[in-house]
Design a binder for this molecule. Sequence first.
Ligand SMILES: C[S@@+](CC[C@H](N)C(=O)[O-])C[C@H]1O[C@@H](n2cnc3c(N)ncnc32)[C@H](O)[C@@H]1O
Length: 215
Amino acid sequence: MESEPSTEQKRRLGPYAHAPRLPEGDEVDLRHLGAGEWIELEIGPGPKAGFLLERAAAAPEALLVGLEIRRKWATVGDERLAKHGFGKHARVFCEDARIALPRLRPDGGVRRVFLHFPDPWWKKRHQKRLVMGDVFLTEVARLLQPGGELYIQTDVEERAELYAKVVGECDAFVPAGDVEGSPVVVANPYGARSPREHRAIADGLPVHRMTWRRR
Ligand SMILES: C[S@@+](CC[C@H](N)C(=O)[O-])C[C@H]1O[C@@H](n2cnc3c(N)ncnc32)[C@H](O)[C@@H]1O
């Protein structure tokens, strides 16, 4: 079970000390986090969980789980989903995905993983913050069901090239874009957009979208 923060922890953590956390333990069963016929994961939903809110309306049968490292954003996002009546099947937990993903179960239990506009860090000394790395890919490969989708989008061309290369080198994933052999998709097929995606479209910036399937 999730444990209550102590008074000292509350003082140190500030107004979002009560941020929703995953249950404690080495293994967290995603199926116990809410209701749904299948499971979708978003890494880094951002300040208001905008994608999850739209996705919850577009796919009411799914259980949606967001992992957001920022305490305030996880809290506000989770409360917003609940306020709109989606609390039973869409949640955001305050977690560092690199630490939380290895705890998630069951293997092969996730239908889709979304990574929208990740890693806005460019300096070499910030490389250690990158979500998209070996841990991420190994754990996503473990969690996705056969045929399950990994969807990544960004407005930064060099990052899109890097993601295409890194995922492309991973045997667990097969490109599932519009053209055979390529991960590139022109349209977002999920009936839901992330806040950064909405902004990129409004600003006329190109969005690089890619999909792979679990082998
Ligand atoms: C550039 S923002 C994009 C927000 C949102 N996905 C969108 O497209 O509008 C990147 C998000 O990833 C979150 N993030 C960064 N590292 C993370 C980690 N290790 N685990 C979970 N979330 C992380 C950030 O706090 C932020 O919300």
